[in-house]
Write a protein that binds this ligand. Structure first.
Ligand code: PHE
Length: 354
């Protein structure tokens, strides 16, 4: 018959077995040997069946005590293993909160973007719409619609990049050399509005729009980049004249440069899509560029052939167009001497405009 000492020995052996279990699975195996279905304690319980009531009482109590002691040891060891596991995980995933963070510098708009925003704001305040169009353009839109047919010598003014896709006319698409195709595109986009107005006998709606964007030419030096920006302007109405062009453009330049100390010169020129045509030069009266004439735009009265290509009547839609260079305006505004700085992506240069 097992004695009290022997019960204590079983409890002690269980404690030792639990202590040497280093994983929860080991621990459950050790547990089975004592309180499992055929464990030591369970076997002892079974043995009670043959005893007298008196013996059952005293011996049963002793077995129960041993069982409780083993279960307490088991619970304790389970908790210890869980604590150790958590501690190991915390150690593995430790975060050194004393490391300095990665500094995120506030970004800023590119100087040319700042100029484009400024141009849009100023022209919007004069009632101009702002339009956007494709940089990969058909030959018809880039040239033919602008009164510049294939083989016309004026095309050589705008040496272009061609793309490996043929248009409907069999002539390859090009990277647009100017924003002028937007004149015809914009008119076509709104043609229904004009037709409806005519149908209802209403006055013809004006076209008053600017179209800023990227343009491409085979050119590269301090003042020319193969990719550059232009902003087209177009104002057509019943009777919009060259005088209006002068007023609008002068107003624009004075607002843009925040200076009335500025002279404008309209120098006769040639474009197939305007007649008469003029280059617009500006002259600062003071500051580092004082006295020099600087070309900022091409312009002119829109040619009737172009108005017809818009699907409109050149007797009813009369007015001017201009195409200016926002890159050049940015150079003048900030005193930058080399255009290529804008497109090199040197953070030290760009940071100055933040
Ligand atoms: N598209 C012309 C150029 O790129 C500029 C221009 C626009 C001239 C509109 C007249 C009217 O040189």
């Amino acid at each position: 018959m097992t004695t009290t000492q022997e019960f204590e020995a079983i409890v002690a052996a269980a404690r030792t077995a639990f202590a040497s279990a280093s994983t929860p699975a080991d621990l459950e195996n050790a547990k089975a040997q004592y309180v499992g279905k055929s464990g030591r304690i369970t076997e002892l319980m079974k043995g009670l069946a043959t005893l007298s009531v008196e013996e059952k009482k005293s011996r049963g109590a002793a077995i129960n005590q041993a069982k409780q002691a083993i279960e307490a040891a088991l619970t304790e060891r389970r908790q210890a293993l869980a604590d150790a596991e958590l501690a190991a995980q915390l150690r593995a995933e430790a975060l050194d909160v004393s490391l300095p963070g990665r500094i995120r510098e506030p970004g800023g708009l590119h100087p040319v973007s700042l100029t484009l925003e400024r141009i849009e704001q100023i022209f919007a305040s004069m009632g101009f719409d702002v339009a956007d169009g494709p940089e990969i353009e058909s030959d018809w839109h880039s040239f033919t619609s602008l009164n510049n047919p294939p083989n016309h010598p004026a095309r050589s003014m705008q040496d272009t990049f061609y793309v490996d896709i043929d248009g409907d006319d069999g002539i390859p698409y090009n990277l647009r050399p100017h924003t002028s195709p937007m004149q015809v595109r914009y008119a076509h986009q709104h043609i229904k509005r004009y037709a409806d107005a005519v149908k209802r006998g209403e006055p013809m709606p004006e076209i008053r729009v600017i179209a800023p964007g990227r343009t491409y030419r085979v050119d590269s030096d301090a003042t020319h980049s193969p990719m550059f920006h232009q902003c087209e302007g177009l104002w057509l109405g019943e009777n919009v004249s060259f005088k209006d062009l002068k007023v609008v453009f002068t107003d624009f330049c004075r607002t843009f440069f925040e200076s009335d100390d500025l002279a404008l010169r309209f120098r006769p020129s040639f474009f197939p899509f305007t007649e008469p045509s003029a280059e617009i030069d500006i002259q600062f009266q003071s500051g580092p560029l004082a006295g020099r004439w600087l070309e900022v735009a091409g312009s002119g009265q829109v040619h009737p052939a172009v108005v017809r290509n818009m699907g409109l009547d050149p007797e009813k839609h009369i007015g001017f167009a201009f195409g200016m260079g926002p890159d050049r305006l940015t150079m003048l505004r900030y005193g930058v001497s080399d255009l290529r700085l804008f497109f090199d992506g040197d953070i030290r240069f760009l940071r100055q405009f933040r």
